[in-house]
Design a protein around this ligand. Structure first.
Ligand SMILES: *[C@@H]1O[C@H](CO)[C@@H](O)[C@H](O)[C@H]1NC(C)=O
Ligand SMILES: *[C@@H]1O[C@H](CO)[C@@H](O)[C@H](O)[C@H]1NC(C)=O
Length: 642
């Protein structure tokens, strides 16, 4: 039958041709949509995740969540599919992920959901592998992530009350959720997508400063079109105050099973499915501490007990990844001062930082396989790794000579914390180092008045004098003639991500510093957030000096890593270096620090290219002439989590 006769019209040859073209174009669009949203092709949706009895049901069938956390923002995008395939092959049926507000809205009203932050692409990969998703959009996420994922520009408001219904906070949440939620609603189960549940905030019971806040977040999700099951997640101390009673299923977080906690959950929520939202498969590490391990046998025996209780479980983490850049959080609960977390987020998880199978992985796969009717998929191959030839450092550039590559310095009578500096389109400085300079006319005792967040290298006329931090708050400045420049290079070592002190996470100099009991005034402030643009622009400064000349510290060092075939993963080892940051091809791999425990930094192969790769190291104190590459990580001396 002719098209024209269906339409009951007479069409010219040209018109017919045009009509055929339109139909063809429509077919291509339809194909694209179903290709990008494979689950959408399955238009008939039965019924999503329900929590109406002691067991979950999904599509009207009893369902047990065997979940695993993998954070897209801790894994190079090229490896998302690899990590999720390995997850699927372990018998996990549900991916859980947080959403880091600080990365998605780096400046107020400026949103980034591209490249390594393309959450939609991540959800599509999960869907294409047949993984369900539990989304944990925060806005606060804890996660051992700087400031629990909150953007630091929130702290420009001196009255800010985070995680409350203070309008300065709720306005910011509303505008972030306006962007975020519309991106994820099409990926909900009811729309043909993989998202079967959405978490309301995160461990709010341990914060609990405003009882109107959780209902506000719940409404913020519902009013923007979230239709799937809502959950909350709390540790045992938070369970009492967390939750939005009756409106979201409460879940629990733990590492060791305490039957009383499960009983308690059952009491406050009878005839509901029980879930461990965060079963801590390992633990995080702090600089200056030891590397935590949770023995595989101990881990698997808890998982077995949890499953025996008919509970659902989510492995936090299934694969930890890396705190690239300056994204590590800090821990402060019960400590005299906050202690920053290391760069690796290996977490002693079943899949290692570089995506290797571990004993935990194999034990878990073995256990989970008995919860599936079909055999699990074959194990995907592991990534190859290389111990590349050492890089010989060729040149150095002193910190002082790098300063023209920063934004214009700012003059201020009083010290100003980094978040309130007029940089980054008036969003302040979020991460990295800030240099405060002022003129002094005498020596004497420099007293930080505990206003340094978190650590400062002190210089007089660019000569290193000492370090000030939480422990050391006084330093003797040697006498000298005339006017001299006092420099305080203050490092934000990472904001606290958990506990009740979130409102106090401003960094840099947060108050006056005194010399001989006189407050210092008249500062020139340089913001050194060391973004890729800054690191790349260092290349064009003419002030690099060959290594034959002694460097003065702190300084940038550069060399070339030559890769002669397709790039592989590797680990950079910095023996002989003390403390700093490594950049490869402009990408910030994170901090290193000789105090450990971590001794190596993960270098993902996809961030290298064939030929010469530019390596830049910012070192505070002491450099070696070379950088070594090894094929296995060194996370340092271990200690059992208990
Ligand atoms: C199950 O719970 C959902 C809300 O989670 C509700 O909308 C639905 O009506 C309930 N179904 C039954 C059979 O109780
Ligand atoms: C777990 O579920 C099974 C099947 O419904 C039931 O026979 C068993 O008693 C349950 N176990 C516990 C500890 O609730």
């Amino acid at each position: 039958m002719e098209i024209s006769s269906i339409l009951c019209v007479r069409l010219s040859l040209k018109q017919r041709y045009f009509l055929l073209l339109c139909i063809g174009a429509l077919a291509i669009v339809a194909y694209q949509i179903t290709r990008d949203h494979p689950q959408r092709a399955r238009m008939k949706r039965v019924e999503g995740l329900r929590a109406n009895s002691s067991q979950f049901s999904l599509e009207k069938q009893p369902f047990r969540i065997l979940g695993g956390s993998v954070h897209y923002f801790r894994v190079p995008r090229t490896y998302w599919e690899d990590r999720l395939l390995k997850m699927k092959a372990c018998g996990i049926n549900t991916l859980t992920t947080y959403v880091p507000w600080n990365l998605h809205e780096p400046e107020r009203g400026v949103f980034d959901f591209e490249d390594d932050l393309d959450l939609e692409a991540y959800l599509r990969i999960a869907a294409s592998l047949g993984l369900w998703v539990i989304l944990r959009p925060g806005p606060y996420i804890c996660a051992e992530w700087d400031f629990g994922g909150l953007p630091s520009w929130l702290l420009r408001d001196q009255n800010m009350k985070l995680r409350t219904t203070y309008s300065g906070f709720t306005d910011a949440v509303n505008s972030f959720f306006d962007e975020l939620i519309k991106k994820v609603t099409p990926y909900q189960y009811s729309q043909g997508g993989p998202i079967i549940a959405v978490q309301v905030e995160n461990e709010y019971g341990s914060y609990a400063k405003d009882d109107k806040y959780m209902p506000f977040i719940k409404e913020a999700l519902l009013s923007r079109g979230i239709t799937e099951l809502l959950l909350t997640s709390d540790n045992k101390d938070g369970l009492k105050l967390g939750g939005v009673k009756g409106e979201a299923l409460e879940t629990i977080n733990f590492q060791r099973l305490d039957i009383n906690e499960v009983k308690y959950l059952n009491e406050i929520q009878p005839q509901k499915p029980k879930m461990v939202m965060e079963f801590w498969s390992g633990w995080f590490d702090l600089w200056g501490g030891l590397h935590h391990v949770f023995p595989a046998e101990d881990m698997i025996s808890v998982v077995k007990e949890v499953l025996k209780l008919n509970m659902s479980i989510n492995m936090y983490m299934f694969h930890g990844g890396t705190n690239f850049g300056f994204m590590n959080g800090a821990f402060a609960v019960g400590l005299p001062a906050p202690e920053p977390m290391v760069t690796s987020y290996d977490y002693d998880a079943p899949l290692s930082e570089a995506g290797d199978y571990t004993t935990k992985y194999h034990l878990l796969r073995n256990l989970f396989s008995s919860y599936h009717n079909q055999p699990l998929p074959e194990l995907p191959p592991t990534q190859e790794r290389r111990a590349y030839q050492s890089v010989v450092v060729q040149q150095h550039l002193s910190l002082w000579d790098s300063l023209h590559s920063t934004e214009k310095p700012f003059k201020s009578e009083r010290p100003i914390n980094m978040e309130n500096l007029p940089v980054n389109n008036n969003n302040g400085q979020s991460y990295g180092y800030t240099l405060y300079e002022t003129v002094i006319t005498s020596g004497g005792t420099l007293n930080s008045k505990n206003n340094i967040r978190d650590r400062a290298l002190v210089f007089v006329d660019k000569q290193y004098v000492g370090v000030l931090d939480y422990k050391v708050q006084e330093l003797v400045i040697p006498d000298g003639k005339g006017s001299r420049t006092l420099g305080l290079l203050v490092e934000n070592c990472g904001r606290v991500n958990y506990g009740t002190t979130l409102d106090e996470q401003r960094k840099g100099l947060v108050g006056d510093v005194e010399l001989n009991s006189n407050v210092l005034r008249g500062f020139i402030i340089h913001s050194l957030d060391m973004k890729p643009g800054f690191v790349n622009s260092l290349q064009t400064t003419g002030s690099w000096v060959p290594m034959q000349q002694q460097p003065s510290f702190p300084a940038f060092f550069q060399g070339k890593l030559y890769v002669n075939s397709s790039p592989k993963d590797t680990f950079i080892k910095l023996s002989g270096w003390t403390k700093g940051v490594v950049f490869i091809n402009g990408r910030n791999l994170g901090r290193y620090w000789s105090i450990g425990p971590q001794q190596t930094l993960y270098v993902p192969g996809p961030w290298l290219h064939k030929g010469d790769n530019q390596v830049v190291v910012f070192e505070e104190q002491e450099a070696d002439g070379k950088l070594q590459f090894i094929s296995s990580p060194d996370y340092g001396m271990t200690v059992d989590v208990q």
